[in-house]
Design a protein around this ligand. Structure first.
Ligand SMILES: [Zn+2]
Length: 102
């Protein structure tokens, strides 16, 4: 690799991380995503069947399913306590929030 010799010119003393104070990362909001839309639903559109948790910008659910073609319900934050909530997704989120609390 000869690339490193070129890159060495880019002031190595500068650490971009330095100027950011130790602020906690903003809480990521998990939204409801589902492969199906509830038919003939009145009002805001609603998911049909199992509801999974997804992050904006991510193409996978919290339980690891690809969700690129799924419906996204921005107005519905994922709630793992709901009966239609995906169990693995709820578990994953509980795990993550436990880790954040440490
Ligand atoms: Zn899931």
């Amino acid at each position: 690799m000869t690339l490193s010799s070129v890159m060495a010119d880019v002031s190595p003393k500068r650490h971009p991380d330095r100027r950011a104070p130790a602020a906690p990362a903003p809480a990521r909001t998990w939204i409801s995503v589902a492969p199906h839309l509830q038919p003939r639903h009145v009002g805001d559109r609603a998911p049909w069947g199992v509801v999974h948790a997804g992050l904006s910008g991510s193409t996978k659910t919290a339980c690891g399913l690809p969700r690129t073609t799924w419906f996204v319900f921005w107005h519905l934050p994922f709630d793992g306590r709901k009966p239609e909530a995906c169990r693995p997704c709820a578990h994953r989120l509980a795990e993550l929030s436990r880790r954040d609390a440490d």
